[in-house]
Write a protein that binds this ligand. Structure first.
Ligand code: BGP
Length: 467
């Protein structure tokens, strides 16, 4: 039988402020860590392309919104940049606010609902210099930022999110440190993860306050967006493999799921961290009460790849960090070689079934999914110069198929956002891997050109039939 997606399904695209806007130093915008890192060490970025221009969205947003609409999207997600909205004293920067008012008005005019995320790896640099997420005061500053955003845009935006992929910051800055400041410290990663959880809960409390003060739309909602990686181990696991699986799943998935559905962190994970791995979490008296405010209305799930682990072969890594698991290479895995990520569409089905069983009340949507491919310009049709990206059609079709099956089997999944509908700038990889259904031509003034897959996507988005 034909697989269909629900009629009222959210079908859209995800992007973020720092990866698209550009205008890194205009209108009173402060530096965030990406700007600072681009200034201090441009060699850290692919082809020496720093964050400065994004994909030129600040200039081209009206065209881009029209494009999204013409591709059959009914909504999209972006993020507000903390460093653009507030000044150094934590007050609204009027020029920054004006641009977001413009964007939200233009979205409405284009017939696109905009979901707004408050933090997408973009710590203002002056706050990072004060310790970033390792400093509890920065959590308070974030809650102030969130409250200011709710008050400023509460009547323009319905769906809010506190964080995108809160675990990636500890992971990528500290644990497997590919991002500035590249410290190899599991302790710092855990401190950061704990404090981000506190910051999330403080922001949700501010949101509830804004609701009670009548500052939000009647049907406003708050959520969090996580990169849930369904965790697997070997087919014939030893008890030690299962233990590695428990901690890996606990730290990356259950940590956030418990926080946003139950208002606390998983005790078994906290116990292993503190009793077995020697980690000191910055827990303060009354934190239980703070975390209990962290329950949200719904959740976004970014899904790119599963996580496969086994028992570690040694107790510590070369920097002295404790190890509780190590990667397991599944013999049957299929890779996207450009990104080094496994392609496993069934993972999203497994996540849906797990939620149905363990968090039955939870409503969620697929908030990011996509495939980044390098040297796509080699796949151009010589006549039309259009990128022929059949692999993208296959990738999205396979994932939508498993999503539709999950919904048939009772998963409470209400939408799908493709990541990077229009090619955008990516963290240290810049424009190496292209995700878009629409090409951005850097040699032609950031011109937008639909790839072959765009027509297919439009058909699916408008018919809700997965073909
Ligand atoms: C997610 C992020 C996005 C985006 C995407 C693709 O983790 O939320 O910001 O960048 O992954 O990953 P990358 O750009 O690293 O290839």
């Amino acid at each position: 039988a034909e697989l269909t997606l629900p009629k009222d399904f959210f079908f859209g695209a995800a992007m973020s402020g720092p990866q698209t806007e550009g205008g890194w130093n205009v209108g009173g915008k402060l530096e965030n860590l990406w700007d600072t890192w681009s200034i201090e060490d441009i060699d850290a970025f692919y082809n020496r392309v720093g964050s400065y221009v994004g994909n030129n969205f600040m200039r081209l947003y009206k065209e881009d919104l029209a494009l999204l609409k013409s591709l059959g999207m009914n909504n999209y997600r972006t993020s507000i940049q903390w460093s653009r909205l507030l000044d150094q004293d934590g007050n609204i920067n009027p020029e920054g606010a004006a641009w977001y008012h413009e964007l939200f008005a233009a979205s409405k005019e284009a017939g696109l609902e905009v979901f707004v995320n408050l933090y997408h790896f973009d710590m203002p640099t002056y706050l990072f210099r004060r310790g970033g997420w390792e400093n509890r005061e920065v959590c308070e500053a974030y809650a102030n930022y969130a409250y200011k955003a709710f008050c400023e845009f509460g009547k323009e935006v319905r769906c809010w999110f506190t964080f995108n992929e809160p675990i990636v910051e500890p992971e990528n800055r500290y644990w497997h440190p590919i991002w500035y400041p590249q410290h190899h410290s599991f302790q710092e990663a855990c401190t950061t993860q704990y404090n981000i959880s506190i910051a999330h809960a403080l922001a949700v409390a501010k949101y509830r306050q804004a609701v009670s003060e009548g500052r939000m739309l009647d049907d406003a909602r708050i959520g969090m967006i996580c990169n849930f990686s369904p965790s697997y181990t070997k087919d014939d696991p030893t008890p030690a493999d299962l233990e590695a699986l428990r901690m890996n799943d606990g730290l990356t998935n259950r940590w956030w799921l418990d926080l946003v559905t139950k208002g606390h962190l998983p005790q078994d994970v906290i116990d292993t961290l503190t009793n077995d791995l020697g980690i000191v979490l910055p827990i303060r008296p009354y934190d239980d009460a703070v975390l209990s405010e962290g329950v949200v209305d719904w959740l976004g799930c970014n899904y790119y790849q599963p996580s496969r682990v086994q028992a570690p072969s040694k107790s510590h890594d070369e920097w002295g960090n404790p190890l509780f698991a190590e990667p397991y290479i599944w013999p049957e895995r299929v890779m996207n070689e450009s990104r080094g990520w496994e392609i496993y569409p069934k993972g999203i089905y497994d996540f849906g079934m797990k939620c149905k069983k363990e968090y039955p009340e939870l409503e969620w949507y697929v908030s990011e999914n996509g495939i980044g491919i390098e040297r796509e310009y080699l796949n151009k049709d010589p006549e039309t110069q259009q990128v022929q990206d059949d692999y993208r059609i296959d990738f999205v079709r396979d994932h939508l198929t498993w999503i539709a099956k999950a919904i048939q089997d009772g998963a409470n999944c209400v939408g799908y956002h493709y990541w990077g509908l229009i090619d955008n700038w990516s963290w240290s990889n810049a424009f190496k891997n292209r995700y878009g259904f629409v090409e951005v031509d850097l040699m032609e003034n950031y011109e937008r050109r639909p790839k072959k897959s765009a027509a297919w996507l439009t058909e699916v988005a408008t018919s809700h039939v997965v073909k």
